[in-house]
Design a protein around this ligand. Structure first.
Ligand SMILES: NC(=O)c1ccc[n+]([C@@H]2O[C@H](COP(=O)([O-])OP(=O)(O)OC[C@H]3O[C@@H](n4cnc5c(N)ncnc54)[C@H](OP(=O)(O)O)[C@@H]3O)[C@@H](O)[C@H]2O)c1
Length: 291
């Protein structure tokens, strides 16, 4: 497994397993299977509603001696709060408690809305107290990341953003490298949008190395020094996606993939008013239900 050193010295695996949209009743088993396959980085979030089940999968793998807590790198995320400075610490403690953990390896501000500065002060405190080894942001555009770095005493270790062959974030990566904030890719497969798994160019490249489209995409991210989170509920795909450390894409193939960039999200723009409206509604619903 490739290891990436973050700007605070914490080391994390470059390839991880994400649990977004895994049905609740399948999450513990999926996490357990992923750890069995070899994944050590596990990514969940309060808003996914499956932190508890993620913790159950982790607990089982540790109890069976497959892995130790120290070998794992577990991430969760803080959803939007109306008064984060007041509530974030309680939310972090709640996440730790339902996951059955003493600390998280990484904790992110999930969305770039509201009082992210107040939230960050709470995350910095939790980090100082040893509850969070690394802290970061997610879905921040480069302009907002730069402002955030400029105005805070501790800079984020990570910005988790969408990166896939349709939305390659080349310029964003340059900005993040300049500020030493590591990019972590969500939806590396664009959840299959724009027929990613059927793409002829990616399939042709894969054939040369006897690898699948999914493996080519993850390998391309590894070679760009980006951390990637892949999700699958199927153990055979978990294993396929993990099996990317025995080949290297040529410079020519990296250039071919670069040409697929559409430079826009396969999902949505975080500044789209309709999307912001959706997030605000989600925030109110979750604050009511105390997630
Ligand atoms: N910070 C954020 O705002 C944010 C947003 C989205 C996601 N994330 C994180 O990033 C993780 C990954 O993103 P994602 O889950 O949205 O999407 P993704 O990993 O791009 O795609 C997952 C989809 O691809 C399929 N798949 C996986 N491996 C495959 C393979 N080898 N061949 C064919 N199909 C395959 C899966 O189906 P099966 O499960 O049926 O195999 C699933 O439908 C999430 O789980 C989450 O942890 C974060």
């Amino acid at each position: 497994m490739n290891i990436i050193k973050l700007n605070n010295g914490v080391e994390m695996p470059q390839l991880g397993f994400g649990v977004y949209q895994i049905p609740l009743e399948e999450t513990a088993e999926a996490v357990y299977q992923a750890i069995k396959v070899g994944y050590r980085l596990i990514d969940t979030a309060a808003i996914y509603g499956n932190e508890k089940e993620t913790g159950q999968g982790v607990k089982r793998a540790i109890e069976e001696g497959i892995v130790t807590r120290k070998e794992l790198f577990i991430t969760s995320k803080l959803f939007i709060l109306q008064t984060p400075e007041e509530k974030a610490m309680k939310t972090i403690e709640h996440s730790l408690s339902i996951m059955g953990l003493d600390y998280l390896d990484l904790y992110l501000i999930h969305q770039p809305y509201g009082d992210v500065y107040g939230a960050w002060r709470a995350l910095m405190t939790a980090q100082k107290e040893g509850k969070l080894r690394a802290i970061g942001i997610s879905n921040f555009k480069s302009s907002k990341m730069i402002e955030f770095v400029g105005l805070n005493e501790v800079k984020p270790q990570i910005n988790q953003i969408e990166v896939n062959p349709w939305n390659q974030r080349i310029e964003d990566q340059e900005w993040h490298e300049k500020y030493d904030v590591q990019i972590e890719a969500w939806a590396p497969f664009s959840e299959g949008r724009h027929e990613l798994f059927q793409n002829q160019e990616l399939a042709e490249i894969g054939k040369k190395y006897n690898k699948t489209v999914g493996q080519v995409v993850l390998r391309w991210l590894m070679q760009r020094n980006i951390i990637a989170l892949a999700k699958s509920v199927r153990p055979e795909r978990m294993a396929e996606n993990f099996n990317i450390f025995d080949f290297e894409l040529s410079e020519e193939d990296m250039k071919k993939i670069a040409q697929l960039d559409k430079k826009e999200s396969a999902f949505f723009d975080h500044d789209d008013p309709q999307q912001v409206e959706w997030f605000m509604k989600r925030m109110l619903d979750t604050e009511k239900s105390n997630i």
